[in-house]
Design a protein around this ligand. Structure first.
Ligand SMILES: [Zn+2]
Length: 418
């Protein structure tokens, strides 16, 4: 087909060409797969100086990863089940259909299943494969229950398309989840450079937990990328369990203790007891938030006025009480609209006094609530007026920027809105 200026084509001509091109494309793809299968059968890649068919497809044929994956899977299925070759050649099954059908194919069922799948739309092929996989799963389960060893998976169970009792949709949902689990194990594949593709199947509870972790880490990871969230979890595990890290921490502690002891001895030789007390460092709990929990009171730059303001705005709430409040409020902003709807925000929560400290509100569970930034600011406005809040925020910004640990703000429940 000569490359004419496409804009000059008539609609009819454009349609005709597309139909023709698409047919040619799928025919060529089918032929590529058949040839790949034969190439692999002869193991020619050995002679061509590459490690396997994958490398050959990527390096010598220039396929993208996706292209290589689809074609190689189909080519492998073709080698396992020669009956597929004819269907592919005739265009009765495409690469995608073969890919979906392949996991369900066994020596025993191949002829029948391929015959059923021929010429069917992709969805129907998927359904056929799903039904067959459930049947195999059940046969394997029955065999196991009856004490017999599952012979070669369920592959050698007789092929019986006994009408399944549940609806096709149910069947498909069940089989999809089962065979995705059983046939797609966890994978960590190198992509390019330092990038990896990590994939796995997870349950509902895992997803719920990850969502909650995203909320808790919102300050540290505003983008909430899975890599960051799961990475933080892995870091915590390593901090807690990795002997090398624990040892390094112990050494650092010992060093700090020795340094402190030496300082104390030189400055106040008489006071032996204070040197001993210097060794009482906070126990490492392995939490990644440690750095962020630097004492708020250590700001030398803060003038008396600011300090007073801070004390009024940010009274100390013990961590245990803070956790109790957040747990009681289900880690969600506790503000309820007049119409009874609760604020849905679950990020950047702050623990807020219902009756402000400035008005002698006590720091008790009953007088505390989890509030989002917006509602916290709103409550402060109601209590003190807008100008107070604006000034307080400006001052707090100043304090934050003058604090060396300002960047490490990972604790979700500290600090007023910026
Ligand atoms: Zn809110």
């Amino acid at each position: 087909m000569a490359a004419k200026n496409l804009e000059e084509l008539s609609d009819t001509e454009l349609r005709k060409r597309l139909t023709r091109l698409a047919a040619a494309e799928s025919r060529i793809t089918r032929e590529v797969i058949r040839h790949l299968a034969e190439y692999d059968r002869r193991k020619l890649w050995k002679a061509d100086g590459v490690a396997n068919l994958w490398e050959y497809s990527r390096k010598m044929l220039g396929f993208t990863e996706d292209q290589a994956a689809v074609r190689i899977r189909a080519a492998r299925a073709l080698q396992d089940h020669p009956a597929l070759d004819r269907a592919l050649e005739l265009g009765e099954l495409g690469a995608s259909a073969i890919r979906r059908l392949a996991p369900a194919l066994t020596k025993e069922n191949a002829a029948e299943l391929i015959a059923q799948a021929r010429g069917k739309p992709l969805r129907e092929v998927e359904r056929l494969a799903a039904i067959e996989l459930v049947r195999q799963d059940r046969a394997a389960a029955r065999l196991e229950a009856s004490g017999g060893a599952p012979a070669d998976g369920a592959a050698s169970a007789p092929v019986l398309f006994d009408a399944p009792r549940c609806s096709p949709e149910e069947l498909q949902a069940e089989s999809t989840s089962r065979w995705v689990r059983s046939r797609n194990p966890d994978s960590m594949r190198p992509l390019s450079g330092a990038d990896w593709r990590v994939a796995f199947i997870a349950g509902t509870e895992f997803v719920r937990n990850v969502d909650q972790a995203k909320n808790l880490l919102a300050r540290r990871f505003p983008d909430a990328r899975l890599e960051d969230i799961l990475g933080a979890g892995v870091e915590m595990v390593l901090d807690k369990l990795d002997p090398a890290r624990r040892h390094a921490r112990r050494q650092a502690r010992a060093l700090a203790k020795a340094r402190k002891t030496a300082e104390n001895e030189s400055s106040a030789a008489a006071n032996e007891s204070s040197a001993a007390a210097g060794g009482k460092l906070s126990a490492p709990d392995g939490s990644a938030g440690d750095a962020a929990r630097a004492p708020e009171a250590g700001t030398e730059a803060a003038g008396a006025e600011e300090r007073d303001l801070r004390l009024r705005r940010r009274p100390h709430i013990p961590a245990a009480l803070r956790d109790q409040v957040l747990a009681r409020d289900g880690y969600q902003c506790a503000h309820v609209e007049p119409d009874g709807r609760r604020c849905p925000v679950r990020r950047y929560l702050e623990v807020d006094h219902i009756v402000p400290v400035a008005l002698n509100g006590p720091t008790t569970l009953e007088n505390l609530r989890a509030y989002c930034r917006g509602h916290n600011a709103m409550a402060a406005e109601l209590a003190f007026g807008v100008s107070y809040v604006v000034r307080a925020i400006a001052r707090h910004r100043l304090l934050r920027s003058s604090r060396p640990d300002a960047a490490a703000g990972s604790e979700p429940t500290s600090g007023p809105p910026p």
